[in-house]
Design a protein around this ligand. Structure first.
Ligand SMILES: Nc1nc2c(c(=O)[nH]1)N=C([C@H](O)[C@H](O)COP(=O)(O)OP(=O)(O)OP(=O)(O)O)CN2
Ligand SMILES: [Zn+2]
Length: 155
């Protein structure tokens, strides 16, 4: 199995509203995202996938939605405090922990990546010392894509 990885950066603010400590306050991180996709063979250009094509997909579907945006869980407290704010807000179903942000990214990428590649691994650095990873075990790959498509179609 071959894989390629592309690295992205984005600046995003969040607050973890149920957190006991400073992460309850709105604060920002310079996130680093690593996206790895895999394939058994090469395409007619002798590539797993053109880095530029992977970049376009991730920029359009992920980075454009997260960069310089405030991530908030859609709960009554956050709605009351921040919904009148002029900042761009991405309202999330869950607290915007690194884990949940990466899961949001994973579900979106499963929906938009071309069928000839598999999403292999995702790594999200929230700080220079803390990161979360997801790795495909390839057992439920097809089912994951179907579920992801259904989830996004509902919204
Ligand atoms: N498992 C998780 N733990 C924490 C998350 C998270 O998303 N997942 N998030 C936070 C805070 O939002 C923030 O990221 C602070 O994290 P921390 O690594 O503690 O940041 P520091 O700058 O203090 O890191 P040091 O290396 O200790 O200086 C908290 N936890
Ligand atoms: Zn944080």
């Amino acid at each position: 199995m071959w894989s390629i990885t592309k690295i992205f950066r984005f600046e995003t603010a969040h607050r973890i509203s149920n957190y006991i400590g400073a992460c309850r306050n709105i604060h920002g991180h310079s996130y680093q995202l690593q996206v790895s996709i895999s394939r058994n063979n090469f395409n007619e250009d002798d590539m797993v996938m053109d880095f530029k094509d992977l970049k376009k997909i991730v920029q359009k579907n992920i980075i454009a939605h997260l960069d310089h945006v405030l991530l908030l869980k859609k709960n009554p407290e956050n709605i009351a405090k921040y919904s009148q704010d002029n900042s761009p807000i991405l309202w999330m179903e869950y607290e915007p922990t690194a884990e949940r942000i990466l899961d949001w990214i994973r579900l979106k990428l499963l929906q938009v990546l071309p069928n000839y590649v598999e999403l292999k691994k995702l790594t999200l650095f929230e700080t220079s010392t803390g990161f979360v990873e997801w790795e495909n075990d390839f057992r439920n790959s097809f089912e994951d894509r179907q579920l992801s498509k259904e989830k996004w179609e509902i919204k």
